[in-house]
Ligand binder design. Structure first.
Ligand code: FEO
Length: 396
């Protein structure tokens, strides 16, 4: 199914209703996703991006119904990660000489993925491609989120094709932002930002300011995943400016794992203490072994402070927490405070190990943490309550 977007611009992508894991097991996609490819039929005909490789055959067949492939003048590869360039090999079998426009780094990623000697045309920020009455303007956007990434802008129709930027993993029969559930849309957009773009926030701020300074009117933002922003696209731009600027809400999250409930009992007592503090704060608690990792990361993104807990096992921490912390480290969160807690039977390394992880991940460690030997008794629970109260006060 193709979708008319505006004038001579069409969506020719793929809706993947069943996708539940993306990037291997790295990203949960409860609502599916889309791989957005766009066809512009001006005097010149241009295809922007393709779809993920498993859908290559379907994509090419569908595209053939919309246009004679031999009439495509240019293919634009805004970013060659395989969810967008995956169908290039199948497409280029039909039109091997068609120029493919990409950044200098795009040459590396396209060749790296496809190992073909196609007619790759390197473009830079400010370069223009005349389509007749309208033109495409290229804007390099390195590290949003790969070194090869670029955006392009269609004059006349005022459409920014932003690739992964402003995307969401959200499959919908309604491909426009004004037609979908607003809460669901912004939850998925924030989850996408938190899990994919957080490490690149300084570049996000810089790139948005650069684009705004170009004074290009933006009526539509067409990302490579999820719905198209056509009604007041400035809303998502404003959200990105907030999210990229060390975003936080008045929230404390507790994330823990527990072998025999002892660390969970500590977590419950710590929450009691946080609630007793003078400052009112939203508190959320997650057992990582029972929670979706990417949903938890979304909550960490929103939090001003996080408490990490783990029992001690084999002189270390539970593997669920270790996996989460490795991902948290890579996301380079800024301006967040933290502390650690955990129960132990014999050696008790979990808390110092969590402290170490937390510091390396860039959190401000507020104290040495709290550990409890064996099952927390009444006195230990009181200490945990006090710990929670003091922590909430220290991060207000
Ligand atoms: Fe949606 Fe970076 O690929």
């Amino acid at each position: 199914m193709n979708i008319h977007i505006k004038n001579n611009v069409y969506w020719v992508g793929k809706t993947d209703w069943e996708l539940r894991k993306f990037h291997g097991d790295e990203y949960s996609t409860h609502k599916g996703s889309t791989y957005n490819s766009y066809l512009i039929k001006e005097d010149k005909i241009v295809l922007i991006d393709t779809v993920w490789k498993p859908f290559a055959k379907e994509f090419v067949e569908n595209l053939q119904k919309e246009v004679d492939l031999k009439k495509i003048d240019y293919i634009i590869t805004n970013h060659a990660e395989i969810d967008h360039s995956g169908a290039l090999t199948a497409l280029m079998r039909h039109i091997p000489d068609t120029p493919v426009c990409c950044t200098a780094n795009g040459v590396k990623s396209i060749k790296g993925h496809h190992h073909k000697d196609w007619n790759l045309k390197v473009v830079k920020t400010g370069d223009k491609l005349s389509l007749g009455a309208k033109e495409l303007i290229f804007i390099e956007a390195p590290m949003l989120h790969w070194p090869d990434t670029m955006f392009c802008y269609l004059s006349g129709d005022n459409i920014l094709f932003s690739n992964d930027g402003f995307g969401q993993h959200l499959a919908s029969e309604y491909m426009f932002n004004d037609l979908v559930d607003q809460n669901e849309l912004f939850v998925e957009a924030l989850k996408y930002y938190a899990n994919i773009l957080t490490p690149f926030s300084p570049m996000v701020l810089k790139k948005i300011k650069e684009i705004l300074s170009m004074n290009l009117p933006v009526d539509y933002i067409c990302p490579s995943h999820g719905v198209i922003w056509r009604k007041d696209p400035s809303r998502i731009i404003k959200k990105y400016l907030e999210w990229a600027d060390n975003y936080q809400e008045n929230q404390i999250s507790l994330v823990y794992d527990s072998m025999w409930d002892n660390t969970r009992i500590m977590a419950e007592s710590i929450i009691q203490g946080i609630k007793q503090a003078d400052e009112i704060v939203n508190v959320k608690m997650y057992n990582i072994s029972k929670s979706d990792k990417n949903d938890v990361i979304q909550e960490i993104f929103k939090s001003k402070a996080v408490l990490f807990g783990s029992s001690t096992i084999n002189n270390g921490i539970l593997s669920g927490m270790a996996g989460l912390l490795e991902e948290v480290r890579g996301l380079k969160f800024k301006n967040k405070k933290a502390a650690s807690f955990g129960s132990y039977g014999w050696s008790g390394e979990s808390v110092p190990m969590l402290n170490d992880f937390v510091k390396k991940a860039g959190f401000e460690l507020k104290n040495e943490g709290i550990k409890v030997n064996w099952t927390p008794d009444e006195d230990a629970r009181k200490l945990c309550v006090e710990f929670g109260k003091n922590f909430a006060t220290s991060v207000k």
